[in-house]
Design a binder for this molecule. Structure first.
Ligand SMILES: Nc1ncnc2c1ncn2[C@@H]1O[C@H](COP(=O)(O)OP(=O)(O)OP(=O)(O)O)[C@@H](O)[C@H]1O
Ligand SMILES: [Mg+2]
Length: 263
């Protein structure tokens, strides 16, 4: 059965696009047919991680929302761009990066019902196992829609006081909308937290477990993954898929656990 998975955060720059792209690649590595939709129409970016060039992006989600193409025509096969070892397929429906097109869709708005139809149609017509929705930070119409139709919701936050407060809003909405599964992901956890515990497996240290406990108790929700702040991720600088480039890194292992959880 196919699954729709949304990846959200209340604040920006928490790691939504990287997490979405990695989960998509890991699911496809095992043979799944996956499509990623960039619903961050105001500031799209996930196409960069998949190495989809500006000249290769059309038609985009914008074109679909303007009635210029079908949703599956806006889906671009990026499997070969990810790297070797992908048994399944990854497709990406990008949002336009053209200033005029971003301005137009923000100015005129669009039919959110059409986005809903697009999600359902693309799952069926492309025979997908997973549809992953990468979102704009905070709450807006497409965020609410994607939460409402998701089988699983991944909420990403950093261990930062602003994130703790803002994330409560998203968790609250998700609970009201009765999302079947919800996983908290804590990203950019300082490595110092790990060193304090003196445990070579940084994800199992006392301090990491304290972060996990605090998040689980604050939101009464399951923590699906804890990712350390990673110099390798900073160096990769969104030029590829982390778990493909650094398969043995502790973060890639945590990403694989998360992908297994949401399967
Ligand atoms: N664990 C990490 N360690 C270090 N850098 C990270 C980590 N996770 C993400 N980053 C970096 O943080 C930046 C933001 O990541 P990403 O684009 O995935 O976040 P986002 O939530 O999609 O952002 P936006 O809200 O702008 O869409 C990128 O430069 C990325 O390389
Ligand atoms: Mg993003």
């Amino acid at each position: 059965m196919s699954k729709i998975i949304s990846v959200h955060s209340f604040r920006g720059g928490t790691g939504k696009s990287n997490t979405t792209a990695n989960i998509a690649s890991l699911l496809a590595a095992d043979g799944a047919r996956v499509c990623v939709v960039d619903t961050d129409i105001a500031s799209p970016g996930i196409h960069v991680l998949f190495n989809l060039g500006e000249d290769e992006m059309a038609p985009t989600l914008n074109d679909y929302l303007w009635g210029k193409c079908s949703i599956e025509e806006a889906a671009h096969n990026v499997t070969e761009k990810i790297g070797v070892g992908i048994k399944g397929e990854v497709h990406l429906i990008p949002s336009s990066i053209k200033a005029g097109e971003i301005a137009r869709i923000l100015r005129e708005g669009y039919d959110v019902g059409l986005l809903n139809d697009g999600f359902r149609d693309v799952v069926e017509r492309m025979n997908l196992d997973y549809l992953l929705i990468d979102t704009h930070p905070g709450l807006n119409e497409e965020t609410l829609l994607s939460i409402a139709i998701s089988d699983a919701l991944v909420i990403i936050m950093r261990p930062d006081s602003q994130d703790y407060q803002g994330t409560a809003v998203t968790v609250d909405v998700a609970k009201k909308l009765d999302v079947p599964k919800m996983y908290m992901v804590i990203n950019k956890v300082p490595k110092d937290y790990a060193d304090e515990g003196g445990n070579p497996n940084i994800l199992e240290t006392l301090t990491y477990n304290n972060v996990r406990k605090r998040v689980e108790e604050t939101y009464d929700a399951q923590v699906g993954a804890i990712f350390p702040h990673s110099d390798e991720m900073m160096t990769l600088a969104s030029s590829g898929i982390f778990s493909v480039k650094y398969p043995d890194n502790v973060m890639s292992k945590a990403m694989r656990n998360l992908a297994d959880l949401i399967k």
